[in-house]
Write a protein of this length. Structure first.
Length: 118
């Protein structure tokens, strides 16, 4: 239902774009977002976009990350700029909601590793 791609190794300060291919059902009825989990840390919500293109971001990525969706391609993107070593994590796309924090609403894709290192 959700399939993430686009992870890799990038130098600090560099950009990377993640893609999440979603089924039509998911795209029609759910907000879709990105979560990440670094080694030894809890999973955190990074960004979430609704069907009406309302967007939310974690404070740690505001101004650097941009979430968008292309309904014609059934895909949600996460453009990550000015990457920092602390952005290193496994990134997951998932259905999401927002109530002061970004939370999962149940559907998960597999993760994609993002490593920010020189």
């Amino acid at each position: 239902q959700l399939q993430a791609s686009g992870g890799g190794l990038v130098q600090p300060g560099g950009p990377l774009r993640l893609s999440c291919a979603a089924s039509q059902f998911i795209l029609d009825y759910y907000a879709i977002g990105w979560f990440r989990q670094a080694p030894g840390k809890e999973r955190e919500g990074v960004s979430c976009i609704s069907g009406r293109d309302s967007t939310h971001y974690a404070d740690s990525v505001k101004g650097r990350f941009t979430i968008s969706r292309n309904n014609a391609k059934n895909t949600v993107y996460l453009q990550m700029n000015s990457l920092k070593p602390e952005d290193t994590a496994v990134y997951y796309c998932a259905t999401c909601g927002y109530n002061d924090i970004i939370y999962s609403t149940g559907y998960w894709g597999q993760g994609t590793q993002v490593t920010v290192s020189s």
